[in-house]
Write a protein that binds this ligand. Structure first.
Ligand SMILES: C[S@@+](CC[C@H](N)C(=O)[O-])C[C@H]1O[C@@H](n2cnc3c(N)ncnc32)[C@H](O)[C@@H]1O
Length: 228
């Protein structure tokens, strides 16, 4: 250990800090077999090991939704580097074990808010799944959501949509998964409180149609439940 520390101190400062951070992580989590980590790490610790675009409160809300899914599976549209996926995966493992299907092509894509996405995110996603052990629950489908939905056969208990936030994009994603929703399914949308974004408009339409009711809003996430 002393030898390793000495070697670390000879490295340029940034590399040394990264090295020490990795060592600290290993001391904290590394003694667990990877497949046991997902159950042993708290949600907060798991989120520390991931990158993404949702807050701790939003992750906690997704965790609770995933924990309650009894029948059917969980589908995520837009996984990026795995932060929301971890919330869903941990919720599933701490709850009823619903399989989590994470859909993201991880191909070059520019979001409506200017965010740039691409293949680097695939590497970070894999790393996050390994570091947290969430791969036990999560199945990555590395394709665009609308390509996969027509062949889908499993009822969905929780649909989480965080992909393309343009109106056309989010409507397409919602409509292509809608036929697969279980009777008691809930649907959660990110970026759903800014009136300029597609999810907000789509949610207003779905509620006005009488087919869905607003269950709750946490941060920028809105959760809808099916009526009847
Ligand atoms: C805002 S990020 C997702 C953030 C992630 N849920 C988190 O918690 O950090 C949007 C992601 O949607 C993906 N995406 C865009 N269009 C998609 C589509 N049609 N199907 C699946 N994923 C899509 C992008 O590649 C990008 O990684």
């Amino acid at each position: 250990m002393v030898g390793k520390m000495r070697r670390a101190l000879k490295m340029p400062i940034v590399r040394a800090l990264k090295f020490l951070e990795r060592k600290a992580r290993k001391v904290r989590y590394g003694f667990l077999p990877r497949s046991d980590r997902a159950r042993s790490l708290s949600l907060a610790h798991s989120l520390e090991l991931s990158e993404g675009m949702i807050s701790a409160a939003e992750a906690a809300a997704l965790y609770e939704l995933a924990r309650k899914v009894e029948g059917g599976c969980i589908v995520e549209v837009g996984s990026y580097r795995g932060r929301s996926t971890i919330a869903l995966g941990k919720g599933s493992l701490d709850g009823c074990g619903a399989p989590v299907f994470a859909l993201d092509p991880h191909e070059p894509f520019v979001g409506v808010l200017g965010g740039r996405f691409g293949p680097e995110d695939r590497g970070a996603f894999f790393r996050a799944m390994l570091d947290t052990g969430c791969y036990v629950a999560v199945r990555l489908i590395n394709l665009s959501s609308e390509v996969v939905a027509p062949q889908w056969t499993k009822p969905i208990g929780l649909l989480w949509i965080d992909g393309d936030h343009s109106y056309a994009g989010v409507k397409r994603d919602f409509e292509c998964w809608r036929p697969h929703l279980a009777k008691d399914a809930v649907v959660a949308f990110d970026d759903s409180i800014d009136p300029a974004l597609g999810p907000t408009r789509l949610i207003e339409e779905l509620v006005a149609s009488g087919a869905f009711s607003k269950q709750k809003t946490v941060g920028k996430i809105t959760v809808l439940a099916r009526n009847g």
